[in-house]
Design a binder for this molecule. Structure first.
Ligand SMILES: Cc1cc2nc3c(=O)[nH]c(=O)nc-3n(C[C@H](O)[C@H](O)[C@H](O)COP(=O)(O)OP(=O)(O)OC[C@H]3O[C@@H](n4cnc5c(N)ncnc54)[C@H](O)[C@@H]3O)c2cc1C
Length: 277
């Protein structure tokens, strides 16, 4: 562990978009595969951009690994190979700079390559699984067909493996059209989502026959709050940390929303965000 960057007794909330989370004795920032593998021996909490996690703030954790400095992006033909900590937005820009189309849908998702693969992140009709041909983990290489991708899930959602890199196969496209599409989709986010608030994006998954945000809104829950945690007034699918919300307040808000929606509509909302406790 000699050379690996580490911060001792660090607040994990700094590495999450919700800004909720407890202390951690050692937060590592590996930059190479060798460093990632070395830290993995400590069984750390793995974080990319922390944009889909709710971390317990009543606990002191031993070890965490933030992958954002493990972030090289390279090109092989029309295939982009991106290390797990690379920001998805940077991969989208890289694709645009090389005149490659297929990843525009992901522009605006504030996650890392690793986190996006774990979640099979998606938006505006596209999903990671549509462009990903392979995943390298600390154990082996998986082809797309072996990744068990589903709606906001993959085999990595419930495995101990650490994603090291993703292989995105794109197509040659028209750079100005690619840029236009990316800008258009980002603009839609700016208009619809509370991007100035601390959140983890949509808190709940879409159901088979419903959008969680629509149900929450129909149940008049916009603005509903548990102390510092509240349902966004702008987008009911976003539960936000409005004012120094604690882990327990945010969790209570999730439970209240699930309970009220179930009582009024008979629909069960399933959490999309990962709870680390
Ligand atoms: C404003 C906002 C908008 C959003 N919009 C969208 C959207 O449109 N579509 C969408 O799908 N999501 C969206 N999200 C959610 C989130 O950005 C995505 O799920 C993203 O892919 C998560 O990546 P991350 O790096 O932040 O993951 P993290 O939050 O860091 O981690 C998520 C999970 O993956 C695990 N993990 C992370 N990296 C690795 C790795 N390398 N190996 C193994 N496990 C790993 C973590 O342990 C954790 O369990 C949004 C979030 C916000 C805040």
């Amino acid at each position: 562990m000699k050379k690996i960057e580490v911060i001792k007794n660090e607040d994990l909330k700094k590495y999450t978009t919700l800004h909720i989370g407890g202390k951690c004795k050692n937060v590592y920032f590996p930059k190479t595969v060798e460093e990632v593998n070395e830290v993995l021996d400590l069984h750390p909490i793995i974080l990319g951009c922390g944009s889909n996690v709710l971390i317990d703030d009543t606990k002191v954790f031993e070890n965490a690994m933030v992958l954002t400095k493990f972030n090289k992006i390279t090109l092989m033909g029309n295939t982009i190979i991106a290390e797990a900590g690379a920001k998805l937005m940077d991969v989208c820009l890289f694709a645009y700079e090389h005149g490659l189309t297929g990843l525009e849908f992901a522009y605006g998702i504030p996650g890392s390559v690793g986190g996006a693969i774990v979640m099979n992140a998606g938006a505006y009709g596209g999903e990671i699984k549509d462009v990903l041909v392979g995943v390298k983990t600390n154990k082996q290489f998986y082809e797309n067909k072996d990744c068990e991708f589903g709606y906001r899930t993959s085999r990595f959602s419930h495995s101990e493996e650490c994603i090291l890199s993703g292989y995105f196969q794109l197509r040659k496209g028209d750079s100005s059209m690619i840029l236009q599409k990316m800008k258009e989709l980002l603009q839609r986010r700016i208009e619809k989502q509370p991007l100035d608030a601390y959140s983890a994006g949509s808190t709940f998954k879409r159901g088979k026959d419903f959008y969680a945000s629509q149900l929450i809104s129909d149940c008049q829950l916009k603005g509903y709050r548990v102390n510092g945690a509240s349902v966004s007034m702008k987008h009911a699918g976003f539960l936000i940390n409005e004012e120094n919300a604690t882990f327990n307040e945010y969790l209570q808000l999730i439970k209240d929303v699930q309970k009220i929606v179930y009582e009024k509509t008979n629909k069960q909302l399933e959490c999309e965000i990962k709870i680390i406790s």
